[in-house]
Design a protein around this ligand. Structure first.
Ligand code: OXD
Length: 310
């Protein structure tokens, strides 16, 4: 069996080594631009270039080495329709998302962002505490990873809300769904955590109107994709105080250009797309297991629905 692998960072050796250990029956073929790769049974890609598409039409399944599949679905009809695309199910990313989001929520709730600013200005001044009942946290995109984040937040006692495209029931979480449920979800949310997949429906979803419908002095935590947020609208709302702060792990252009105004805005906290890094070994173990199941004619979890876009 042959597995074609492509990594934009070129760092394929550790992946090859993990496959050798966890799926010894397979030989890994590293894809190189301009070279015709030998026919392969499966492919593992992350943010692949257009030039690899020819090879992808010959495999039995394409595995995406990350949480979001937008960087592969962007090829649209050029992506062979008969080849299933399989995403990673958590594979060590859920706990990282939970750590990141919990940290950001607690930082705002306990006003560490303001204490950091005070400390820089040499000010020693206790601030009034926020009330938990005024600090509802809403996860927009309550899927596998969103559910994991809500679970991690549960012990702190914030009112929890979740929005998903189709109705979900999550213990201890007020659930909203569909286009009709979105406005009600936003209207009662103080801290909005964006965990949506990027699809044509969610592109620019968080514009001035949507962000303005959050509770007063709201916060935004974006760990999904930069293109969900209309960046100039967010900046305007932050400058006016309508939005009290934002923690952004994902930006429309990454790395964020040095001249971008977000760098200068103290109420925006930026991190370089690190909220949940792909854990190589867990990912290879999961993919190896799925390949074994596919070879045995068994179903696998994580099949991407191209119509839905995730
Ligand atoms: C992602 C990832 O999808 O880093 O953003 O896995």
């Amino acid at each position: 069996m042959h597995i074609l692998i492509h990594r934009a960072d070129g760092d394929t050796d550790p992946w090859v080594a993990d496959f050798a250990e966890l799926l010894p029956e397979a030989e890994v073929v590293v894809w190189r631009e301009g070279e015709k790769a030998r026919p392969c049974d499966y492919a593992l890609v992350w943010s692949p270039p257009q030039a690899i598409l020819r090879e992808l039409s010959e495999v039995k399944a394409i595995f995406n080495a990350g949480a979001g599949v937008d960087a592969i679905l962007k090829f649209g009809d050029a992506l062979p329709a008969h080849v299933p695309v399989v995403r990673l199910d958590d594979a060590g990313m859920g706990v990282q998302m939970a750590e990141y989001v919990t940290h950001a929520v607690l930082r705002y709730f306990r006003r560490f962002d303001e204490y950091e600013a005070q400390a820089r200005a040499g000010q020693w001044r206790p601030l009034p505490t926020h009330r938990k009942e005024d600090f509802s946290v809403g996860v927009l995109g309550a899927g596998v990873l969103g559910g994991r984040v809500l679970e991690a937040l549960a012990p702190f006692g914030f009112p929890l809300r979740g929005w998903s495209r189709t109705r979900k029931q999550l213990a201890g979480v007020e659930c909203f769904s569909g286009a009709d449920g979105l406005d009600a979800f936003l209207r009662g949310t103080r801290v909005l955590v964006c965990m949506l997949p990027l699809t044509p429906d969610t592109h620019n979803l968080l514009d001035r109107a949507k962000l303005s419908s959050l509770l007063p002095s709201a916060y935004l935590i974006n760990v999904a994709r930069g293109a969900h947020v209309a960046e100039p609208d967010l900046l305007t709302l932050i400058k006016s105080g309508r939005i009290a702060g934002a923690t952004l792990d994902v930006l429309r252009n990454e790395p964020l250009p040095m001249q971008h105004p977000f760098w200068q805005e103290p109420r925006i906290t930026l991190t370089p797309h690190i909220s949940a890094l792909t854990v190589r070994r867990d990912s290879v173990a999961q993919i190896a297991e799925k390949i074994r199941r596919l070879e045995a004619g068994l179903p696998v979890a994580g099949l991407v629905n191209r119509q839905q876009g995730y």
